[in-house]
Design a protein around this ligand. Structure first.
Ligand SMILES: [Zn+2]
Length: 216
């Protein structure tokens, strides 16, 4: 087995085929001081390693996966979305502009997939909204303005469909009650039985949202 420390601080361990992971851990543990010394020498001990692009994107909402590949390319950075693959043509994997292209693509997917669901649940429930918007926020799944404008977080694509429906019904219920009053909850519970439980489950679903959504 061998260990290398790369210039940006990433640690690479090369092991023979069929090595057990416990053996790798023991090996790394035995060389921990050496690794830390090497990273200190490079001046990277406090700097996080450069984030790379994700290798896969999976939308639980529609059970769809894409592999993500970095394609080395000298020209201007661009994203190509194929049926099952997202290609990021860029000089470097982890180029911040590449993350922004991924985020823009995600918002487009939100328009394509979340908005039709909002429209159909609006028709089914008779709760009308004026405008819809797809955003990418860190701390809220959606909102509804007093003007009846509903905004949904594109991050909801990473959430299972039952919870996305709950989110949409929650925002649609706000077109009738602009608060979280008892009346609001009883309306919402009539549309999404077990609403409070679904609300808690939706809050936990943040852990399924990958960090690349918020890279700058
Ligand atoms: Zn609310």
């Amino acid at each position: 087995m061998s260990i290398r420390v790369h210039p940006h601080g990433q640690v690479e361990v090369v092991v023979p085929r069929r090595t057990r992971s416990s053996e790798v851990q023991t090996f790394v543990g035995a060389h921990r001081e050496w690794i830390e010394r090497a990273r200190r020498t490079l001046g990277v001990q406090d700097r996080p390693a450069i984030p790379l692009f994700p290798t896969e994107i999976r939308f639980r909402f529609v059970d769809k996966r894409w592999g993500v590949n970095h394609v080395p390319f000298d020209g201007p950075i661009r994203l190509r979305a194929l049926a099952d693959e997202i290609q990021i043509h860029a000089e470097q994997p982890g180029n911040p502009r590449g993350f922004r292209l991924l985020q823009d693509w995600l918002k487009q997917q939100g328009k394509r997939l979340l908005v039709p669901r909002l429209e159909s649940l609006s028709r089914e429930t008779g709760l009308r909204f004026m405008r819809s918007q797809i955003r990418l926020q860190r701390s809220r799944w959606g909102s509804c303005s007093s003007m009846g404008s509903i905004s949904l977080n594109a991050a909801a694509l990473f959430v299972e469909p039952a919870l996305v429906d709950y989110l949409i019904l929650h925002e649609l219920s706000h077109t009738r009650h602009m608060n979280h009053s008892a009346k609001f909850w009883s309306l919402l519970d009539s549309l999404a039985p077990g609403a409070r439980k679904l609300d808690r489950a939706l809050n936990l679903a943040w852990r399924d949202v990958p960090p690349w959504l918020y890279r700058r």
